[in-house]
Write a protein that binds this ligand. Structure first.
Ligand SMILES: C[S@@+](CC[C@H](N)C(=O)[O-])C[C@H]1O[C@@H](n2cnc3c(N)ncnc32)[C@H](O)[C@@H]1O
Length: 322
């Protein structure tokens, strides 16, 4: 079977490469090994409960009302939802079970919403979509198709379970990474790259790949962990940054703007920047591991554990020339 999002891509997209990788990764995900079954089995059980009521307009993505299920079914749903812990992005309410995730993702969505182009009828990519929280929020604007790129098995099955219940047919996910964008030439009107670029060893190349996957006139929305400051510089941590491994370059807002311009974007604008807070990212009953406050220096909240400047978040928009 070919992926359902394929007909929406541009003629220039490398369909053979996409189909081959799609099948390779699906086969990998369908292994009968513990690390895969632990997510695949609860996802399959949750898929038996299509929701009648779905509401993606508010801070909490609502999938099903409590009274759509009986008590035993509700307990089973809650138990299976817990198998996707730790929940990083949310909140969700699924048949009456409120999922308070580590991140209050609505706050990021509100900052983005103010700067978004009209999403109605658009072909969109959310690269590194996690459990799809922002994809569900996008549905309120009636996009034509949203494809989430997400190579992590836990998040892939979590989104698959949520959308099997929510049945938003315009939402798709594939086990792909940002590195596969070159196969998607000229395909998207809007690409979201949220919380990803500081994990890339070559951030400008990643931005060029985004530019290549946009249609002429398309928009990129890039959000990043950042260091505070007005100089166009990036921190290159020796090892972790705020205890997060795999962090390469942590830019200031002006540095991210320069990366975007040098990658070839026009009309580049830094539309929001703010310090991170332990109100927005924190431990909850659905994410019981360390969170933001554990990443800061115990004697100086202005520094990370490693002694670097404490994180900000920056938001940049850029357009591909039409
Ligand atoms: C820091 S989270 C950001 C999630 C979400 N975009 C947000 O802003 O809230 C990074 C996400 O990227 C995913 N990821 C990991 N490797 C990736 C890759 N090569 N390409 C795209 N996403 C990747 C992770 O599984 C995770 O869901």
């Amino acid at each position: 079977m070919i992926p359902g999002y394929l007909p929406f891509l541009a003629p220039q997209a490398d369909r053979d490469a996409i189909i081959a990788e799609h099948h390779r990764r699906r086969q990998w995900a369908e292994q009968d090994k513990k690390g895969f079954l632990r997510y695949r089995q609860p996802a399959a059980r949750l898929a038996r409960f299509p929701a009648r009521h779905v509401d993606c307009r508010g801070p909490e993505v609502v999938i099903g009302r409590a009274d759509e299920l009986d008590e035993q079914q509700r307990r089973q749903v809650e138990d299976d939802l817990r198998r996707f812990m730790p929940w990083r992005k949310g909140p969700f309410a699924v048949f009456g079970t409120a999922i308070d995730a580590e991140w209050q993702s609505d706050r990021k969505w509100q900052r983005l919403a103010a700067a978004l182009p009209d999403l109605e009828g658009k072909i969109i990519a959310d690269v590194g979509c996690n459990n799809g929280y922002y994809m569900f929020r996008m549905t309120a604007a009636k996009p034509r198709m949203v494809l989430g790129f997400e190579p992590t098995i836990q998040h892939f099955y979590c989104f698959s379970a949520l959308n099997a219940m929510a049945r938003r047919d315009e939402l798709h996910i594939d086990l792909l990474g940002v590195e596969h964008l070159p196969w998607f030439s000229l395909s998207f009107d809007v690409i979201f790259l949220l919380g990803i670029i500081y994990h890339r060893p070559s951030p400008v190349q990643t931005l060029r790949d985004i530019l290549g996957a946009l249609r002429p006139g398309g928009t990129a929305i890039v959000e990043s962990q950042a260091i505070p400051g007005d100089d166009p510089v990036a921190l290159f941590p020796a090892d972790t940054y705020a205890k997060v491994p795999g962090t390469w370059f942590v830019p200031t807002g002006p540095c991210l703007v320069n990366w975007m311009r040098k990658a070839g974007f026009a009309e580049v604008e830094l539309f929001c920047s703010h310090p991170m807070s332990d109100e927005e990212q924190r431990r909850t009953p659905w994410m019981t591991f360390e969170s933001y406050s554990d990443f800061l220096h115990p004697d100086d909240p202005g520094r990370t554990r490693e002694g670097y400047p404490a994180p900000w978040r920056v938001f940049v928009r850029g357009r591909k020339k039409g």
